[in-house]
Write a protein of this length. Sequence first.
Length: 373
Amino acid sequence: MKYKILFSQVPPFILLFLFLSLNSRAQMPGTDKGIPEVPAFKLFLVGDAGEGDTTGAALLDLKAQLLANPNSAVIFLGDNCYLKSFFLLPVETGGFNGSKVAIRRMMSQLDILTGYKGFACFIPGNHDWWNHQNLKKGKNLLLAEQKFVEDTLRTFNALQNHEEGTFLPTNGSPGPVARVFNEGKIRIVFMDTYRLIMAEAGNNPEDSILLNTFFGELKRQLTEASERNEKIIMVGHHPIRSAGKHSKPLPFWQKLSKRFADSNTNYPPYHRMIVRLDSLLKEQHYPGIYYVSGHEHSLEYFYSDSMHYIVSGAGSKIDEVEIESCSADEQCLRWNEAGFFEIDFYGEKEKVLMYHRKDSRSDVQVQCVAGCK
C-alpha cells in the first residue's frame, strides 16, 4: 500500500523543523562554525615522484587538481629523480645527472605544471644529493638538478614564481628559507634535511657552525611567524615521524655503507637531526604546525601534541607500511597506494585531504584525513 502525505495536514512547527534540518545538512561540514564553503588557499604535497619515465596516474591526478585550482601552491618533496649508481646492485642511490633517462624522469613531473597558474617548488632529498657523504661530489650533482628545474620552469610563464624560487633551498644550503602565501597568512619554511644529516655526521667546526646557525634561524623564523599569527608549514624531505621501511632497524647490508645507512631514522646522524627538530617545535610550542615530508614511499598522517605530521612520498614508488592501531593520544593514518596530500585553508581552520588510487586502471579516491567536521 502506498501512502501520501499532504503538507496541509502537517503541523507548521514540524514543517519548520524539516526545513531547517535539510538546509543545515546541505551545508559543508563546519560551515556553521564560520568556515567558508570555498577555501582561501590550497597546498598540494607530493614526494618521491622521480621514478617514472612517463607521467604516472598519481601525477596526472595532481595535474587535474592544479589546473582546477590556480589559487594554490604545489611542493615536490624531494627524491625528484632516481637512478642506479651501482650496476650490480638492485638499489638506486643516484639522482639527476643530465642523461636522457634522468631528463625523462624530471620532465614526467615538470610537464604537469604546463598551464598551471599557481606556485611550484621542488626541494632536495637524499637522491638529489646522490646519497653522497662527500659534500663537493654531492653538491655538484645537486646543482645540476637545480639548474635544470629552474631553467625549465623559467619558460612556464603561467607559474607565478617562474622567474625564481622554484628550487629551495638553493645551492646546497640547508636553509631554512621562508616564503609567505595567501596574503601573508601562511608561512612555508623550506629545509634541506639531507644537508643537515651530512652536517650531523661531520666532525669539524664548520659542521657545528652550520647546525647552530640553522637551528637559530629556524627558531627566529618560527617565532616571527607565530607573533604574526601566520599558519606555519615546515617542509623537508626526511620525516620526523613515520612507519615505513626507513624507520625499521638497519639491516646488515645497509650498515656496510653510509650511502645506504643515512636513509634510516636509526642512523645516528639522522636520528640526532629529527630529535633536534622535534624538540625545537615542542619546546617553543607552536600549536597547529605542520611538518611535511616525503622519503617513505607511502601516505601517512599523524596528529600528536597539537602538531600535524604528513608523509607524502608516494608520487611514483610504493612501499608497504604496517597498518596498526594508534595510541589513545594521537590520530594516525597510513596508506599503501600512490597519491598525494592537499591542505585546504579556511581562515583559522584547515582541512587535510588525501588522494590515492590502487593503479592506473582504478578510480582516484579522495579521503578527508583531518579537519573534516
